[in-house]
Design a binder for this molecule. Structure first.
Ligand code: ADP
Length: 606
């Protein structure tokens, strides 16, 4: 899409620049220039030159305590400080020098009044007129505001027909279906008007970062071939109170002029946060939000302006923003599933040169949990790898390696693990996998490697794609906790000591165990009582406690008990399969990588 609008700089901007340049010239260049002309000498030189008849003219400036004189060639002007010298005039006269006291240039009183009084007055009157004109223009809704501060600065894209289409956005079929209706409406609003149907004014795209929300909004504009105004929520918030509101007004005014069109507000939570009315609240943000609410109410239905907004934090938005008549439709844009990931990979692979016969399904399975943006990054990493290795196209191996690069960072080249540490990491990773495999009797991992990564991970385990399942049973969660504790259990069983390597496992196991008790109602004591609420489900999902301190300490006890029970189970499984544990760990230690198939083969070998 072509961006066609660049905001014009106001005239006063150029005036200020010229004024500034003049001032700089006056302050820096002129004195330097003047100094270059005048050569400073001592009084002795002046006297000698006078006696030798080299001085032509002299001006005695008593007030400045200096004498300015020229030599007979008249090329250089000299300057010297005055010294009490009663016979000076006599000597000058004798030497035939033309000399005078300070020359006073009488200026006419009219001229001095003009410069000291009238000129500044005229300047200020002019400035006042300029601002007065600007302010009245603003009041009557003209398109110019003081220094351009209240302008929306929205990027406008037209010629959307050349832009992004729905076909560029892979997967996300539900979201596309939902938005296709908007496209149809923008193409043919009459159809809807006839029947009396009202199009939603605002559509909120919600989902984790990098799932293609911005892309979808652009695709709607691309498909409907209408102008597309794009602005980020944070751009509304200015240092000056009231400017955000004025920007909202300007944006909507422009949009109404260009209707039918699409207005896209990215990261709307920056202005749309709940107004909590607390002291010291953010006035500017609240004013901006109020203005947005008013504007959304202000334009009639079916004007052809559709507002799309994107956010990762829908729960933090002000309820007034979400009520029908404003953002009344919510389109979830979730992380892609296996099929979605495969399609996204294919879309992005078109941009690079690849080997024939790439198994996209395999790569999509390996990149479980990756967002669209991460997949785009994986493809780009693969292309970069190919260039680095001086190949003309990227291969399957490039793509597979770049998954690990994007998710866990680059391999650390110089081995920093000692032999002992490497052995511990091997046992730790195999411990997890073995506990998992014994519980479910299926391959738990795609692949384990114990090459340290720049992210700090000492090993990397690629989980098996679990397929699209949305529910987890109690026993599945318990098994998962046991798997998390498997690493530490293996270390303790084999080495009799424990390491810091389990920190992340401990965190995850605790999170799961706590959620079982406080949110999933999976404890006998508390039953179906919500003791915690989830915030920010798309951004890590932190929780807020909603119970008394006593209950909290009982929850803590139960969490500890639950994890201890699973840890024991893991230890039992590992000691029962100690031989397999040793065999698998030895294999991993030697080869540094073990695939899921190899793992199961060794496990089932007699
Ligand atoms: P969001 O706004 O949700 O944070 P973006 O729309 O900015 O994410 O997406 C970032 C990048 O990720 C896009 O430029 C695109 O390359 C890639 N991407 C994300 N989702 C998809 C998808 N469904 N299909 C194709 N590319 C995608």
């Amino acid at each position: 899409m072509n961006e066609v609008q660049t905001p014009k700089k106001p005239l006063i901007y150029y005036y200020s620049v010229v004024l500034l340049l003049l001032m700089l010239f006056n302050m820096l260049v002129m004195p330097w220039f003047a100094q270059r002309q005048v050569q400073e000498v001592d009084y002795g030189t002046f006297i000698t030159m006078t006696e030798e008849g080299q001085v032509a003219r002299a001006e005695i400036q008593e007030q400045e305590n200096q004498i300015i004189f020229t030599d007979t060639q008249g090329r250089t002007v000299y300057k010297t400080g005055m010294v009490p010298d009663p016979t000076l005039t006599e000597r000058l006269h004798e030497a035939g020098v033309q000399f005078y006291g300070e020359i006073i240039h009488p200026t006419s009183p009219l001229v001095s009044i003009f410069f000291s009084l009238i000129l500044p007055l005229l300047f200020f009157i002019g400035l006042g007129q300029y601002f007065a004109r600007k302010l009245t223009q603003r009041a009557v809704g003209e398109n110019s505001m003081m220094f351009g501060l209240g302008k929306s600065n929205a990027k406008v894209y037209v010629k959307s027909s050349e832009g992004i289409k729905f076909s560029d956005v892979a997967g996300e079929d539900e979201a596309k279906e939902n938005l296709a209706e908007i496209v149809d409406y923008l193409h043919n609003p009459g159809k809807y008007r006839e029947i009396g149907a009202r199009m939603p004014k605002g559509i909120l795209l919600v989902g984790p970062p990098g799932t293609g929300k911005t892309m979808l909004a652009k695709a709607v504009a691309g498909e409907s071939e209408v102008p597309f105004f794009s602005m980020s929520g944070s751009e509304f918030v200015e240092m000056f109170v009231g400017m955000g509101a004025s920007k909202v007004r300007d944006l909507f005014r422009q949009a109404k002029e260009k209707a039918p069109c699409i207005v896209f507000i990215d990261e709307i939570d920056a202005i749309g946060k709940k107004r909590d009315g607390q002291l010291g609240g953010n006035d500017e943000r609240e004013q901006t939000l109020n203005q947005l609410l008013t504007e959304m109410d202000g334009f009639e239905d079916n004007t052809g302006v559709v507002i799309l907004a994107a956010t990762n934090r829908p729960e933090s938005l002000d309820p007034a923003l979400l009520r029908p008549g404003r953002f009344d439709r919510r389109v979830p844009v979730e992380l892609p599933d296996l099929k979605g990931r495969e399609e996204i990979l294919k879309v992005h692979v078109k941009k690079i040169k690849v080997d024939e016969g790439i198994d996209y399904n395999r790569i999509a399975r390996m990149a479980s949990g990756a967002s669209g943006a991460e997949l785009a990054n994986i493809v780009n990493e693969a292309a970069l790898r190919a260039v680095r290795d001086k190949r003309e196209f990227a291969t399957q191996a490039d793509l597979e390696e770049s998954i690990e690069v994007v998710i866990a960072g680059y391999q650390k080249k110089n081995a920093i693990l000692t032999d002992e540490e490497k052995r511990i990491v091997a046992y730790h990773e195999v411990g997890h996998a073995l506990v998992a495999a014994k519980q479910t009797d299926s391959a738990p991992v795609q692949k384990i490697t114990i090459v340290p990564r720049t992210s700090g991970a000492l090993g990397y385990t690629m989980q098996v794609e679990e397929g699209n399942h949305y529910l987890m049973s109690q026993s599945e969660i318990e098994n998962k906790i046991a798997t998390f504790t498997g690493g530490r259990a293996a270390e303790e069983l084999v080495f009799g000591s424990i390491t810091t390597g389990a920190a992340n496992d401990i965190e995850q196991a605790t999170k799961l165990a706590r959620a079982m008790i406080t949110r999933y109602g999976m404890s006998e004591d508390f039953g179906m009582v919500a003791l915690e609420t989830l915030n920010n489900q798309y951004l890590g999902g932190d929780t807020a406690l909603a119970c008394s301190a006593e209950t909290q300490s009982r929850v803590d006890e139960q969490v500890m008990e639950l994890i201890a029970r699973q840890y024991e189970k893991a230890q039992r499984i590992l000691s029962k399969n100690r031989e397999k544990l040793d065999e698998l760990a030895q294999y991993l230690y030697e080869k540094e990588t073990i695939t899921g198939e190899e793992f199961m083969q060794i496990l089932h070998r007699e």
